[in-house]
Design a binder for this molecule. Structure first.
Ligand SMILES: Nc1ncnc2c1ncn2[C@@H]1O[C@H](COP(=O)(O)OP(=O)(O)OP(=O)(O)O)[C@@H](O)[C@H]1O
Ligand SMILES: [Mg+2]
Length: 349
């Protein structure tokens, strides 16, 4: 029998029992992460090693450095996750690993490592979409949340409004035409002289500013559609700062930060709430932004829509969310063979 035939047999038994403890691995960008998750909802361990200090001096993620650092850390992180959960490779049932989207070299580290573990221990392997993982962060926080529901994904590389039709299937409602929301936060933060990653730093600076001080707007976002655009807002911030500099006028960085944050969050929340029927979930790194969470909560309440957003520890990249998404893929029979590859532009819909 081949590896895949043995894995398929094991997976069949797990699907029949409706239960599985999944070791999950995430290396799509600059976090090396591993977790053990039972039945898609119960986190037995969650270890995240962040490379942020390594990349900070370059003002952003350097892909080659990220890959090499994943190679250094992955063994330690996986061992720690198993130890924290009180498990070994003989007492987990399957391995879920992020196979895209993300940086190809970074993804390959996790995918190769997971394949090695799966083959050596005859464990079913589940190639898992990173964005399905971000959505699943909500399952870890709200034990009763089940598809279908609407979801706003706002992360470093994505700004999507989707209908989560099933655990393994999304329908696209709208997405950004240019920068992702997190990317726009990072770029504007950089112009304001803030360190990487800029989103949380910009949020801190914005606390001392007036969100109505400067009106940043872009005509594209004012229509009835669900697609979004953030690069015009970014240019508007740069123009405001340059114009003030040329005129020798002082400009409050805190006001710029607060006004930009207000503009981005207004677009995201207006469109997402308009797209939602009964439940709206928020996912991706920008879901850590309190101003966005509050704005969505208020607008959902007004429309009578239930609002869910992940616990702060599951907002940015982590492996617990991959363990949850991976469990549901496994239960739907979505198994990977040893030819699983990294797919940098893996779509979600
Ligand atoms: N409090 C915050 N306010 C605004 N943005 C934030 C906050 N916290 C994190 N972010 C942003 O979230 C992004 C990181 O999120 P995440 O880790 O999900 O992105 P990624 O994994 O790089 O991209 P993707 O998930 O699309 O592949 C960064 O752009 C970061 O600035
Ligand atoms: Mg992410």
């Amino acid at each position: 029998m081949t590896y895949f035939e043995r894995a398929r047999q094991k997976a069949k038994a797990l699907i029949e029992s409706g239960s599985a403890t999944v070791l999950a691995i995430e290396t799509s960008c600059d976090e090396t992460a591993a977790a053990v998750v039972r039945n898609g909802r119960e986190v037995l361990s969650n270890v995240v090693y962040t490379q942020i200090p390594l990349h900070r001096r370059f003002g952003g993620v350097v892909p080659e450095l990220a890959s090499r650092n994943h190679v250094d850390q992955i063994g330690v992180v996986v061992e720690q996750a198993l130890e924290d959960a009180g498990r070994t490779l003989d007492t987990v049932d399957a391995i879920a690993v992020t196979c895209g989207p993300g940086l190809v070299g970074a993804l390959l580290v996790g995918v190769s490592y997971a394949k090695g573990l799966a083959l050596s221990h005859d464990l079913p392997l589940i190639g898992t979409n990173h964005i399905l993982g971000h959505i699943a962060a909500n399952y870890l926080t709200f034990s009763d949340l089940e598809p279908p529901f609407s979801c706003l994904i706002a992360s470093g590389g994505h700004s999507h409004i989707v209908r989560v039709a099933a655990y393994d299937r999304c329908e696209l409602i709208g997405c950004t035409r240019d920068d992702a929301a997190g990317e726009a936060f990072d770029k504007v933060a950089r112009v304001l002289g803030l360190p990487y990653p800029g989103g949380p730093e910009l949020e801190k600076l914005a606390k001392d500013g007036d969100p109505k001080a400067i009106r940043f707007h872009s005509a594209f976002n004012e229509g009835d559609g669900f697609d979004m655009s953030f690069s015009g807002l970014k240019t508007a911030v740069i123009n405001t700062l340059h114009t003030a500099e040329q005129k020798g006028e002082a400009v409050s960085r805190a006001d710029v930060a607060a006004s930009f944050q207000y503009a981005v969050n207004s677009i995201l929340s207006d469109k997402a709430v308009r797209a939602a029927d009964d439940t709206l979930a928020l996912a991706g790194g920008v879901s850590a932004n309190r101003n966005l969470r509050d704005m969505l909560q208020r607008k959902c309440e007004k429309k009578g829509v239930r609002f869910c957003c992940p616990d702060f520890k599951y907002c940015t990249d982590n492996a617990a969310m991959i363990g949850s998404a991976g469990f549901y893929l496994l239960m739907n029979g979505c198994l990977s063979d040893l030819d699983l590859n990294a797919t940098p532009y893996l779509p979600i819909c």
